[in-house]
Design a protein around this ligand. Structure first.
Ligand SMILES: [Mg+2]
Length: 238
């Protein structure tokens, strides 16, 4: 029987060359946002709180935000070839994003990539009755306060399906999902975390590098993971 693999892929700074949520926040969020970002970097607030506080600082104009997101969107080299490769190996590609989410489908459709992705787990940003942006997090853990989108739970679910999971990401918040993966393709801040925690990983620069990575064995990560998506969530916030 052919070994079954799957890819869990972050969106911002991974599929796209820049983190579009971060760019939107920096461009539209003003000095108030700078304080929020500093709190996040100091680990005083988790990403879920970052999303909530930052969304309130954005101008209540969805068209304007989407226009900017589309203007900045650039797909990292090799992504289309990677999708074809994954399909040829019958490995599902699951995209999971903990950003604002509203631009993901329009960007993927613009580049004619949307139909080639198996599942997308993302947050939703909407204008509330008071005229402020709010972020809805349908894939959050029921009690854990750290992530808006519990990527670790998506990884665990794929593993329970018998898949060997390769996690592809770039950001610091990817460390929770990555801590459950059988192999991590890491760049930027995620690479630092992989080195610090000793996750099985390889460094990547573009999606041509991912194609070269062998399918890993499946490992029990329950002891070494940073969180328990089937339990009470984050183990230690570090
Ligand atoms: Mg990212």
């Amino acid at each position: 029987m052919t070994a079954k693999g799957a890819y869990l892929v972050d969106f911002d700074g991974t599929i796209t060359t820049i983190d579009i949520s971060q760019e939107i926040a920096t461009f539209f969020g003003g000095t108030e946002y700078a304080k929020i970002e500093q709190m996040y970097r100091n680990k005083e607030i988790p990403i879920r709180k970052w999303l909530q506080l930052t969304a309130e600082k954005l101008p209540p104009d969805p068209d304007k935000l989407l226009e900017k997101a589309m203007e900045w969107a650039e797909i990292r080299p090799g992504f289309e070839e990677f999708l074809s490769f994954a399909r040829s190996k019958e490995r599902p590609v699951v995209v999971a994003s903990d950003g604002f989410g509203f631009y993901i489908e329009p960007i993927l459709r613009h580049f004619d990539l949307f139909e080639q992705i198996d599942v997308i787990y993302k947050n939703n940003t909407f204008l509330n009755s008071k005229g402020f942006f709010e972020v809805n997090t349908p894939y959050a853990h029921r009690t854990c306060h750290v992530c808006g989108n519990c990527k670790a739970s998506h990884v665990v679910w794929l593993k329970e399906e018998g898949k060997r999971v390769t996690y592809i990401g770039d950001g610091s918040n990817d460390r929770y999902g990555a801590s459950w993966a059988d192999h991590v393709c890491a760049r930027d801040q995620l690479l630092n975390y992989c080195r610090e925690y000793g996750f099985a990983h390889s460094q990547w620069s573009d999606f041509y590098d991912i194609i070269k990575v062998d399918l890993p064995e499946q490992y029990d990560r329950s002891k070494d993971s940073l969180c328990e998506p089937r339990g009470s969530g984050v183990k230690v916030l570090k």
